[in-house]
Design a protein around this ligand. Sequence first.
Ligand code: ADP
Length: 226
Amino acid sequence: MVILLFFRIFFCLPVFVLTNVQANKLWIRKQVTMINLILFGPPGSGKGTQASKLVEKYQLLHISTGDLFRYEIGNDTPLGLAAKAYMQKGELVPDSVTIGMLRNKVAANPEAHGFIFDGFPRTVAQAEALDELMAERGTAIDKLILLDVGDDEIVDRLLERGKTSGRTDDRNETTIRKRIAVYRAETSPVFDYYAEQEKSVKVAGVGSITAIFDRLCAEIDTMALG
Ligand code: ADP
C-alpha cells in the first residue's frame, strides 16, 4: 500500500508538473500573439517575406500599405489614382491619404489580436497618428524591428525582384535610388521616434530567410517573456 502510494507520487507528480509547464507555455504563446509590431527597414529589406512568415506563427494581422495601394491602383479607385503618381516616382504618398487608408483598414478588423505593420509608419507624423490610433483601441505599439540591409544589396535585390514582380518601381534604378534616399531622409527618423520609447531594435537583414526569421522570432519571444 505504502509502496503503491510512493509510486503514485513518484510518477504522477512529474506528469502533473510537466502538464502545467505545457499549459503555461501555451498561455505564454497566447499572450505572445497579443502584440503590435512594426516591421521596419529600407525598400527591399525583406519586410513582406518575413511578415508573411510571422503572421503564420503568431496569428497577427499583416497590414502592408504598399500592398493596399497596389490593390487600390489595380481596382482603379480614386485612392489608387491619388497614390499612383507618387509611387511611380519613388516618392511617399501624402500622409493625409496614407493615414486615412490605414485607419480604415485597422477599423475594419476590430477582432484582430494584434498587427504587423509593414511599410507604415514611413514618417514621424504617421508614427504619431499610429500611436493615437492604437491608444484609441486601448493598446499600443510594442516593438519596432529594423531589418538592417546595406544600400548596394538593396539595389541588387530590387532589380532582381523587378524582373518578375511586375512592379514598375522595381525596374528602374533611378526610382530605386530615390526610394532609398526618401527612406534615409523621411522614414529612418521613425526608428529614433520609437527608440525614445525604448521600443526600437535592429536585426541583421542578411543571410538566409530562415536565419533572419529566427532572429525576428527571438526578438518577439524575448519581448513576450521579458
Ligand atoms: P518597398 O518597401 O519595397 O518600397 P512598398 O510596397 O512598401 O515597397 O511601397 C511601395 C510604394 O508605396 C512606396 O515607394 C510609396 O510610394 C508608397 N507607400 C507605401 N507605404 C507608404 C506610406 N506609409 N506612406 C507613404 N507612401 C507609402
